[in-house]
Design a protein around this ligand. Structure first.
Ligand code: 4HQ
Length: 252
């Protein structure tokens, strides 16, 4: 999969791509990442990439021509390249959107700065607008990095082979269950007995129950989307009862 990043700050992408899983994916040729400095496509004497907004107001707007030339240059090499603009005005990013993006062969990630891009960039070039959350960044670069990271781990060969089995399992729509490693006791806090028991049936049941508990308590919105089996509904019932007992003790 190819990623082309259009940015005024290409150096922001250097070290995140030199570490760990993404570095290995690049090394193995599973992903190909190019940073393209939009300033290289500003052809006036001073390589100007931004200008004041028509109608007045604060801040600067990214000019249409450098972005247009950069995207047209990429598309002349690969007409199927899909252009994504990172903006708080886009669709809120989730795993389903990432799954769809991971099926494409070539993504162009447009990173805005200042007050964003001239609206004609949207009109003429942007295929999809994505937001990584309802908060304001200084630019689209970190959002683009989030997309690259989360898409890459979905591509065949990027993660260990035990991943895909896990990805479409029961846990997909739920929060993760609690994890422990050695030592078995730390500052008086012990690892749950069942995890040391070697009873794989009991461990699996415990993990499903704790994933359900976490999800019910922290993200009830996710539970309504999950397709729960009869066994899982029974576990949820147990959780609610345990919680009522606990609330009773706490005086709720
Ligand atoms: N920005 N999700 C403003 C974001 C953002 C987000 C990127 C800041 C675009 C013009 N991008 N620039 N949240 O806050 O994607």
């Amino acid at each position: 999969m190819k990623f082309d990043i259009l940015t005024l700050f290409p150096k922001m992408f250097v070290s995140p791509l030199e570490e760990s899983i993404l570095a290995r994916a690049i090394e193995k040729g599973l992903i190909q990442i190019r940073t393209i400095n939009l300033r290289d496509f500003a052809w006036d004497k001073h390589h100007v990439v931004d200008d004041t907004p028509y109608g007045g107001g604060q801040g600067m707007v990214m000019k249409v021509e450098p972005i247009a030339r950069a995207i047209e240059w990429i598309k002349s090499q690969d007409p199927v390249a899909w252009t994504v603009y990172l903006t708080p005005q886009g669709k809120p990013l989730n795993q389903e959107i990432l799954q769809q993006l991971s099926l494409r062969s070539h993504l162009i990630l447009l990173c805005g700065r200042y007050e964003g891009v001239d609206e004609r960039v949207r009109d003429l070039y942007v295929d999809e607008e994505i937001s990584i959350g309802d908060y304001v960044l200084t630019g689209g670069e970190l959002a683009a990095m989030v997309v690259i990271d989360a898409v890459s781990r979905l591509l065949p060969g990027v993660l260990g082979s035990d991943r895909s089995a896990k990805e479409d399992s029961f846990f997909n729509s739920l929060l993760e269950y609690p994890q422990y490693t050695r030592p078995s006791e730390f500052r008086g806090v012990s690892v749950p007995e069942v995890l040391l028991s070697g009873n794989h049936e009991a461990i699996s049941r415990w993990r499903r129950k704790e994933a359900l508990r976490r999800t019910a308590l922290r993200r009830p919105d996710l539970l309504s989307k999950a397709n729960l089996s009869e066994e899982e509904k029974k576990l949820l019932g147990e959780i609610f009862q345990e919680n009522q007992v606990k609330e009773g003790r706490d005086g709720v």
